[in-house]
Design a protein around this ligand. Structure first.
Ligand SMILES: [Zn+2]
Length: 253
């Protein structure tokens, strides 16, 4: 195993029986230990009540294992009157480190009007946001580069993390990460093509790639193997496994 801090940037909390998602922090810890993961950034996106979901992350995971879990906030434009209040609470009181958005459950794309107050708030506070890059619900004609060009211009202080953006050879994600400032791409996903993650490394993006698992939808053990066994230098693997996340989130590790 490589001797370096390992941070999972993309884990979910909250049970979801239909997909076998078990909401047991002890299970996470056991699997993190067996996969060599030091800390997991954990969000809860499966429920419309964001306050309830963020409390679940805080009470069930972060408070129980403060050395192992990093809280990630979730809000949804479904309840605009509650959103800013909940953002303030998540970052000021619960000390969460970044924001996860999931436009698919809102059934409107991330560049729709509902997200604007959230982005304005995050831009003002310089909070990083992880979100899918392109979604099936995007308006016809939307391209990833056009969408993020506008985001970068309108909200220049947000650091954007494209969830799944580095899991396979994807020239669109790579182009956005190369051409625009403040873009990171994350590795989790079910596709495991040969040299999937190396594609982004070979495009010079090693400082912008973040290891993520999608636990418990995916198992830590195969998601981390994509990094530890890939054709890259040990120095590059260390960046992807955790050093980039530590820098991005200003973690004291
Ligand atoms: Zn996910």
């Amino acid at each position: 195993m490589i001797n370096t801090p390992v941070i999972d940037f993309h884990a979910h909390g909250g049970s979801w029986g239909r997909f076998g998602v078990v909401d047991d922090p002890n299970l996470y810890i056991r699997l993190m230990d067996s996969a060599g993961i030091d800390k997991a950034c954990i969000n809860s996106i499966f429920f419309g009540d964001a306050r309830w979901a963020n409390n679940l992350v805080y009470d069930r995971f972060v408070t129980k294992f403060p050395d192992r879990f990093i809280g990630v906030a979730f809000v949804t434009p479904h309840y605009p009157e509650e959103t800013i209040k909940e953002l303030d609470r998540s970052f000021n009181k619960l000390n969460f480190k970044f924001l996860k958005l999931y436009p698919l459950y809102y059934r409107q794309p991330s560049d729709s009007d509902g997200f604007k107050p959230i982005f304005e708030w995050a831009n003002q506070k310089e909070i990083p946001i992880m979100c899918h890059g392109k979604d099936d619900i995007d308006a016809p004609g939307t391209t990833l580069i056009k969408k993020y060009e506008k985001f970068s211009k309108d909200y220049p202080k947000i650091k954007w993390v494209l969830a799944h953006g580095a899991c396979m050879p994807d020239i669109n994600s790579v182009t956005v990460a190369k051409e625009l400032p403040n873009i990171w791409i994350e590795t989790c996903g079910s596709p495991t093509p040969l040299d999937g993650i190396s594609f982004a490394v070979n495009h010079g993006l090693v400082d912008q790639i973040l290891f993520g698992s999608d636990m418990p939808l995916f198992d830590y053990r195969h998601q981390i193997a994509k990094i530890t066994t890939m054709d890259a230098s040990e120095e590059d693997k260390k960046k992807i496994l955790g050093l980039n996340a530590i820098k991005l989130l200003n973690l004291d590790i």
